[in-house]
Design a binder for this molecule. Sequence first.
Ligand code: NOJ
Length: 711
Amino acid sequence: MGRIDTLLATMTLDEKIGQLNMVAASRVVTGPGELRDLHEGIRTGRIGNLLNLWGADETRAVQRLAMEESRLGIPLLMGLDVIHGHHTIFPVSLAEACQFAPDLWEKTARAAAEEAAEDGVALTFAPMLDVARDPRWGRIIESPGEDPWIACQMAAAKTRGFQGLDLAARDSLAATDKHLCAYSAVTAGREYASADVSERALHEIYLPPFASAVAAGVAAIMPAFIDVAGAPMTANAKLLQGWLRGVVGFDGVLISDYNSVAELLNHGVAADLVEAAALALNAGVDIDMTSGAYIQCLPEALQRGLVTMTAIGASVRRVLKLKERLGLFDDPYRRGSVPLQASRAAERRELAREAGRRAIVLLSNRTEVLPLSPEIRHIAVIGPLAAASGEMLGSWASAGRPEDAVSILDGLKAALPQCRIDHAAGVEITGEKTDGISAAVDLCAEAAIVVLCLGESAAMSGEAASRVDLGLPGRQRALAQTILGLGKPVVVTLSSGRPLTMPWLFERADAVLATWFLGHEAGHAVADVLTGKFNPTGRLPLSWPRHVGQVPIFYNELPSGRPYAPGVHYSSTYLDLPPTPQFPFGHGLSYSRFALSDLRCEPTRVRAGETVEVSLAVHNESPVDGDVTLFLFVRDPVASVARPLLEVKGMQKAALAARERKDVTWRLPVEDLSFVGQSLERVLELGRFEIHVGQSADAAGLLSSAIELAK
Ligand code: NOJ
């Protein structure tokens, strides 16, 4: 008998259920609830998993209790939200998505895993793979953006990065892909609300990133808090057992979200906690995070005949298997046994700076005021986000220290030592006070240029942070309008966890950059781009709306029987605004200028199983070295169901020296042209397919060709 069989044969019912119980050991609070008696629970084997504890000494102390003072000495599994860094904080996930760089996505996850593992953590609740199309939803900051294909690439890269080559290595973390599924589609963008999405949307938009993560070997998956069309995900046997375990073949651990087993009562699908525990377990949820429903109620659920010992045993086996894969049975202290490698801190800060500047999107450069002229001797840095270093960490800071973050103001001061830099906040991020505006105006009087740092606080996005207003909070608009009226060049940096709607600003500012929340190196990264030390290469992973009334908004929409046509009354539009975004998916400027030409598809007639080579020429027409970002889109113009106007099927970045010309090539497998058919099976239909390549989803900038799929 193997170790796990032996244990299963020896464990009492309570000890078994203890392995399915995860409690908060709290150094941080990430949800409601109370602390339970941790130590006693660990000794009696009623607590097998913890969250929210880190630190070599702290984790070792509780692990020692489990190993030496519990009857069976089963190691604890310790999880933490290591989302975009642990000690070193990298850009928030939405900002990372702007990099369109899977190698970098993997690297930052690897660095975060190494740091967290040094702190005794073995499991992270990341990456989040919720394809998000509605910026009212605060968790869009944690998302990979609006495109499912991009989300699939991120799923694989992040999973590889966190888990490393060997899950048992002492610098590997088990990844938990979350939140299955459609959490981002909550009604009206309101946090925790119901999502009523079609089966097609599930299978084309929301589920594929999870299949991609499973293919990459992900260890754990977390169902979402919400219900999808009335079926709460924590009890959704159809998707968890049927689709995830059955169709996709996931054999890892399912971990509930925080307290969500008990919340099945609020959903109105369980009459009491016993029923809630039974529903979740029968749906395949192995670990109950913090609700206590399993440990308190599974014994009674057994007595009532609502669950079987077989189901409990299967879940316990999966949890023990994960502990085994993590190497915890062989050496439960392996993570946290190496002292923190301070020597690597500088290297990780460099990585954070690189990740930060690659995440910045130059949205506009109307008067080509950027990059800043080296002649400038006096800058006024205005706005409430200029010196707000702590805000730069974003929505999940893990063990990252706010005092180690570089503000935009300090980044600029460091980059431009010869320049006089004055600062006034003018207004606060939120709040109604405007009495600081006149001092800010005075400060601008002699400056050659104003850098205006606007945006949200970090807490205005993330969990439980939906907003109905996507404009600037507080009195920042009043500040911005006054500054824009001074007649000076104004460069705006937007720190936010979502796109903010403000056409008035884009019309008047000389340049605007989306700087999101870039982590510890935020200020240096922003300064690198403003000064031209780094040529911006970030691109939008979502469509940036003009107005909150346009959301959800996304590039890959269906054509409609009455497609939008400017000036045509009976076309798909609004009376008061066009349906087009402020900036399309993929938008982002560079200090270089690229021209695309000579799109070719080889062969143009293909069969199933073959591959098409798509290539084009890119020319850097400018005197500045830079990176071009290219998207490969397909469209199936006539099919058995309406197909999107464009769908991303490839992306590439290429570095081009000044005036350089390069050929860029993709190999597109014909199977990538398949889609979810009418009966929800995957179909590949014969006929013509359009192939488009461009720097964004803006139809005007696309090169187009076509191929024929024949029998
Ligand atoms: C609730 C969040 O939804 C989830 O993403 C997170 O991992 C858990 N809390 C644990 O903090």
